[in-house]
Ligand binder design. Structure first.
Ligand code: ADP
Ligand code: MG
Length: 569
């Protein structure tokens, strides 16, 4: 997967839009509150102008209405401030809710997508990096959408509104301020590009870090047994330092932009005081209007300064958005063809016709394999390691598609059938069975999520799981760890077999299912396997001669080709 390639903002938007659109009520509400907030902010200084102009007028102290005028102005200030606070609160709540909901939907969508991606993709990508995109980058995008992108729009509106009022009040002063805007835009444009670039590198480095950490934690046994801690810590430190460098660069650029905006504000304020003071002396402006002006100046430049802050954060979020989009853009290589139909309830004939398969398009893992297996037949697949046995099984499950030839079940080319129906036709038991964190019962039920408790208990009995499960504290509801580390290999294997039994598939693949087990453990696993495969079309991938001898025939693979095929008598 490319490390965060540059994407246009419209492309990002097209990707996010389906999940943002359902939040439109909240977003519209947020905008209404935002416009109200801007309006009250614009109105706020005006009572001040009225008061100042009234008190500096000659004979103000003795004029009759002055006390009620002051009172009215004070109330107006209070009202405007109160309403502004309320609108601002509503705006934040609306945007936060909309942003959180939309981004959670995006995360769900990307996760579902990642699960559909082929094994080829996952083999070539570090899971920690994918995880980081899913959790870290989506989170970052959400925070920024809520706390920067929405306020940024509000700030732009405020800026435009205040500039308009200032131009109307005194166009010369207004122009002074207007002149600052292009300078700011130019500065922020340059800074944004550099921040995005630095953030892109930084996020890629972070993905790298997560990848390293993920690999390590996934193999703690090896790490500790081989005392790899120190070396791995070194490697982590190096990546960590690199990430830091880029992170600091991005932050430094953002801070630089903010400070240059500060300077710009200073220059503009000085200019306004100079030109404005002269205007009052000339009688173009009242003193009250000059005060309003200075207030607006502050009001207008606050958003500008915030803008600088937000622009930096948005640039960083864009890098995150690009990483999410990279993941979301990966095509699942294995997908239903248009017009694909479900495989009918299979009988169990399997046929490989001139099948070639490749992982890297350069070398062949399988090279023109022809093999026909009848329903209920039991075939041993033997051959040295790397000869292509597991690849053959992967083709049968459509974990990958052949680059030449075809695989058929009951005469139907698997590429014409839906992926789901193909996968439910075949059950596979691997050498290293994976259990998920949860109870034994839940782990077995994964074979068929709608199975009843009785059905699960029956499968557990058949697969010799009950024998040890009943002795565990909690029985079938005993929680097994991630990767099932609390159970022995044979016990894990039997749970996996129960899972496969529940699946009730016509075709079974045993990929070195008994390899690496101690003789006693293997015996029970074999019993369970015999029950699982009874009457089913079975592929037994094995290095064990006895096991192969128990099959109807043996197929020997060498370097991706079938070199001999011998029926057993
Ligand atoms: P076997 O199961 O007989 O040991 P495999 O089917 O796993 O053999 O592998 C066949 C060939 O394909 C080997 O040369 C192996 O290096 C290659 N191969 C297997 N899996 C992958 C993969 N995920 N990525 C790249 N090459 C692979
Ligand atoms: Mg293998």
């Amino acid at each position: 997967m490319s490390a965060g390639r540059s994407r246009s903002l419209p492309a990002l938007w097209r990707f996010l839009a389906p999940d943002v659109r359902p939040q439109r009520t909240l977003i519209v509400g947020g905008f209404v509150a935002m416009f109200a907030e801007v309006a009250f902010r614009i109105l706020e200084p005006w009572p001040l102008k009225v008061v100042i102009d009234a008190v500096v007028a000659p004979g103000a102290a003795s004029s009759p209405g002055i006390a009620s005028l002051l009172l009215a102005c004070a109330c107006a200030v209070l009202l405007a401030a109160g309403m502004r606070a309320l609108s601002s609160y509503l705006m934040t709540v609306c945007f936060a809710l909309a942003g959180t909901r939309a981004m959670n939907a995006v995360r769900g969508r990307v996760y579902a997508h990642a699960l559909r991606l082929s094994l080829r993709f996952h083999a070539g990508t570090r899971s920690g990096d994918v995880l980081n995109r899913l959790v870290g980058d989506v989170g970052k995008l959400r925070d920024v959408a809520v706390t920067a992108a929405m306020p940024l729009i509000g700030n732009c509106v405020t800026l435009v509104a205040m500039l308009t009022v200032m131009l109307v009040l005194d166009w010369r002063l207004g122009l002074v301020i207007l002149a600052c805007v292009p300078v700011f835009l130019l500065a922020s444009h340059v800074a944004t590009r550099r921040i995005t670039r630095a953030s892109r590198v930084q996020r890629a480095r972070e993905g790298d870090l997560a990848g390293t950490a993920g690999e390590t934690f996934g193999a703690m046994k090896v790490v500790q047994a081989y005392a790899l801690e120190r070396g791995l810590t070194r490697r982590f430190e190096i990546s960590n330092d690199r990430e830091l460098t880029e992170g600091v660069r991005a932050t430094r650029l953002a801070a630089g932009l903010e400070r240059s905006t500060d300077v710009l504000v200073g220059i503009a304020t000085a200019a306004v005081l100079l030109v404005g003071g002269t205007s009052v002396l000339d009688g173009h402006l009242t003193p009250g209007e000059l005060v309003v002006f200075v207030q607006y100046l502050k009001g207008a430049f606050k958003p500008m300064r915030d803008l600088a802050k937000y622009v930096g954060r948005i640039a960083k979020a864009r890098a995150s958005g690009e990483r999410i989009l990279d993941l979301a853009d990966q095509d699942p290589d294995i997908a239903d063809r248009p017009g694909a139909t479900a495989l009918p309830r299979p009988i169990g004939h399997v046929r490989f016709r001139g099948v070639s398969a490749s992982y890297d398009d350069a070398s062949l893992a399988l090279d023109g394999v022809d093999l026909a297996v009848g329903a209920g037949e039991r075939v041993a697949l033997v051959g040295s390691s790397g000869s292509g046995k597991s690849t053959l099984a992967a083709l049968l499950l459509r974990l990958q598609d052949p680059i030449r030839g075809s695989v058929e079940i009951d005469g139907v080319d698997l590429r014409d059938a839906t992926v789901e129906s193909v996968r439910s036709a075949t059950a596979i038991v691997l050498q290293e069975s994976v259990l998920f964190r949860g109870t034994i019962r839940e782990n077995i039920r994964m074979g068929r999520p709608d199975a009843t408790d009785e059905h699960v208990a029956w499968a557990a009995g058949v697969a010799c799981v009950s024998e040890f499960a009943e002795r565990l504290p909690g029985g079938f509801d005993a929680v097994v760890g991630e990767r099932g580390d609390t159970l022995s290999g044979g016990q894990r294997q039997r749970i996996a077999i129960a899972r496969a039994i529940l699946r009730d598939a016509r075709i079974i693949v045993l990929d070195e299912a008994t390899a690496g087990l101690d003789p006693a453990g293997a015996r029970e696993v074999r019993t369970a396997l015999r029950r699982l495969t009874e009457g089913k079309t079975t592929f037994v991938i094995t290095h064990d001669e006895n096991e192969a001898a128990g099959c109807d025939r043996t197929v020997v693979l060498e370097r991706g080709r079938i070199v001999s095929e011998a029926p057993h008598v």
